[in-house]
Design a protein around this ligand. Sequence first.
Ligand SMILES: Cc1cc2nc3c(=O)[nH]c(=O)nc-3n(C[C@H](O)[C@H](O)[C@H](O)COP(=O)(O)OP(=O)(O)OC[C@H]3O[C@@H](n4cnc5c(N)ncnc54)[C@H](O)[C@@H]3O)c2cc1C
Length: 608
Amino acid sequence: MSTSTQPSPVSSPPSPSASPSPPAPAAAASQSSFVAQLCFGAIAEDLIVPYPKMKAGDQETFKQIRSSIEQLLKSKEKNLREWDAKGEFPPEFIEELRQFGLFSLVIPEAHGGMQLSTTAYSRTLQELAKYDGSVAVTIGAHSSIGMRGLLLFGTDEQKQRYLPKLVTGEMIAAFCLTEPSSGSDAASILSTAVRDGDDWVLNGDKLWITNGGIAQFFTVFAKTGQQGERSNVTAFIVTRDMTGVTTGPHEDKMGLRASSTTTVTFDNVRVPAANVLGEVGKGFKVAMKILNSGRTGLGGGAVGAMKRCIELCTKQAKERVQFGKPIAEFGLIKQKIGHMVVDCYATESAVNMVNHLIDNGAEEYAVEAAITKVFGSEALWRCADEALQIAGGNGFMKDFPYEKIVRDARINRIYEGTNEILRLFISLTAMNEVGSELKELSNSLKGIFDNPIKGFGVISEYARRRASLATSVVKREKSQFTRLHPAVQSQQMVFQELTRDLATAVDRVLRKHGKAIIGKQFASRRLADMMIDLFTLACTLSRVSTAVAEKGAASVTKELEILEVFTGQVKRRVRSNLSKIDENDDELIKSIADHALDAEAYSWDNVT
Ligand SMILES: Cc1cc2nc3c(=O)[nH]c(=O)nc-3n(C[C@H](O)[C@H](O)[C@H](O)COP(=O)(O)OP(=O)(O)OC[C@H]3O[C@@H](n4cnc5c(N)ncnc54)[C@H](O)[C@@H]3O)c2cc1C
């Protein structure tokens, strides 16, 4: 390991700058989320315009962190590849991460940590991910999920006891939810904890736990209700020194190979009642809150990896000569690079926005955070795949970095909520309020003869909204942006039209399926995809508009081009999803899948 330059540890953040922070969108705590409002056809402009800037204090802190990370990781490219091949980090490297203070990022200053804002933390993960996915996930699992429960739900006594060790990395944290028979269906866990005097006796097997092999602090979820009861889960703080805690060998993985992933087993572990996190029986909520609040870290990581792909493949495309020219001059190579940049810019726009909403105290951001995870992980997958393609055969070789980036990128679509589950979550959560309104409407209709005035009032309000959506002649309050720069007017108009499309689609799907929408995954997915695209476009629109307002259109011509391309992509996808609500091949696809499932094979091999 190179020690030629002794990198300086990441230092504590400077005290918040006295300079006024730039005007930033307000996040009203009680307001429903941007996407939930979009489902009604309303554009909650105040939440996202103007586009937020990183606060001056955060910028200062981040610059120091960035240069420390560069000193720590830039010289280790070869080591990182060796550790990836070997499938683990050496203990000395984990010690270096400790010395650098990388386990202290989100811990409050009062406990000796750096207390990074969500924005600065996500940006830090982005920087780590540029160098190595395994390093990013080791730090991310500790900060985003491993000890997040302690920060969100811990008592003062629990924080006093554990944070001093977590801040130095003497204790590394892990999050233990998944079990052999319980993945996406987290409520089906089989681990149990039974109260016995002042303790809970914990038994269970956890699977694929990031940091499992190096952690001393585990946030563990176990059933505390009756056998067979689906809810009634409780979260516990468990430490490695408790008798009965064991971890398995490092899993041999496709990607993120150097990061530690192991089983964690609890065999009659006596956990003091004082180690319950949050309320007994409310552990499922604890788990979901942790995952929701940590999700933008993953989006940040995706942005970092995309930036690295762009750096690598642009150099490669200029150096590689074929047919007498650098391949960078060929249209099909430019096409890939252009799309990679658009994907990266759009993801970054959404990730920064959600970080800002969280830092500004918004309570309703779970849908938007899930959107950054889904869009970011899929954008990174496209980007990593195309970067490898640009490198050609070299991309497939272990001597080059591309194949590792592809391997590392793949897991992002699976963990912290699979993209399938998150799509269902996004659409069902975001349209919940529309559903409630429709329910109220039907309740009112039921009582229409008892209370005709109330009943007709509801109908006329709803009819007005429907007319507004259908014709776009009657402009509903808040159905337009009012504060975007005129330079983005044509994209603004497209966004407004597509918002009406989304509201129409939500209305139509809910009327068609009612409560049964929960089982209609094809329809839910279409709506989710419309929401994902529209939220990401709204953030991109706000960012470019704010950039034009601040720097002038002539200085941001490339950003205007990115916006134009992304708007076109979103328009085509949203329109396609809308058109498929009533006319689609869903039933045919299901029938073909059922056939393959029955046969457990492809049935038409031409050699029988
Ligand atoms: C490298 C790695 C690190 C991990 N780290 C951790 C960790 O630190 N802590 C932890 O607790 N867990 C961790 N996990 C586990 C991870 O969170 C799970 O893999 C993930 O939640 C998915 O569960 P599963 O793998 O059991 O897939 P399953 O739930 O079995 O899903 C399989 C497929 O079915 C789909 N599916 C499932 N249900 C539905 C449905 N209702 N509708 C439609 N599609 C559905 C899924 O989207 C997926 O495509 C890690 C996993 C890996 C691979």
